[in-house]
Design a protein around this ligand. Sequence first.
Ligand SMILES: *Cc1c(COP(=O)(O)O)cnc(C)c1O
Length: 301
Amino acid sequence: MVITPDSQPYIQTIDGWWYNNQVAEVAMLRLDIIHAEVSGNKWYKLKHNINYCQKQGVNSILTFGGAYSNHLAATAAMAQMSGLRSIGIVKGKYAEANPTPTLLSCINNGMQLVYVTNEEYRQKNDKGYLLVLAERFDNPLIIPEGGANALGRVGAEEIVSLIPERFTHIAVPVGTGTTLIGIVNSCNDDVAVIGFAPMKGGAYLNAEVKPYLKSNRADSYHIYDDWHFGGFGKHNEELISFMNQFYIQHNIPLDKVYTAKMMYGLKAQIEQGLYPQDVKILCIHTGGLQGNQSLSGQLQY
Ligand SMILES: *Cc1c(COP(=O)(O)O)cnc(C)c1O
């Protein structure tokens, strides 16, 4: 079965007044419109994993995530579309009695959810634990949290084929860094990649991604963690109001976990004069809009 996107991604220009014309161009690559349930970078990170299952005759996928995880929701939807069974190991038991909208969409797409304690969840990369899970669930393809595997990185490289040559900088939000790695490895040598980590202390990711980068690309990116708004998944009124304004101004819905913090941070950097006047920045809209469901009533979209 071949899975096809709802819509083809496109590039949308951001008006010069938004960045005081302090750089030559800011635009956004709209990956968020690819698919209603598999928006953004998850489509690219998962597609080769799905292909692998189909080629190898593996009939199920097991992966990991929290109660608001875009990756879990995307995996459930993509597995469903491909006729694969899916199992989600969910961090924490608190959502079991009262599933979040994210988990409800997983359930609707046929994902079997297994709620584990935070302590058990911490074993998510341990070989022994993965062997136990493989046996218990009849040898599924096990995809790490966030889709952070080699097939995910290969898929992320394909995003670059959507990016015209004129851009000097590519801005991307960073969770596991899988998307950033794919982009850094496949874009032209003279392009700089700007990563925005939405968690406290996220600069540690600068070192985490390095082993996966081609050696000549090791200095062509930087991950900033200044705009975490209190930590991963946290937000405040300022961020919500920024998201509403951005939507009214550009008709682009941002997600509260990743892309809102990236655009807020990028605007601040441009205002601080971090970039020369002639740079052209393409921001990747990595999707994640399903996560906004928990903000009911606060957004104008
Ligand atoms: C998962 C996700 C990311 C993080 O991607 P990584 O490849 O793990 O760095 C960024 N943005 C959105 C909207 C996501 O859902």
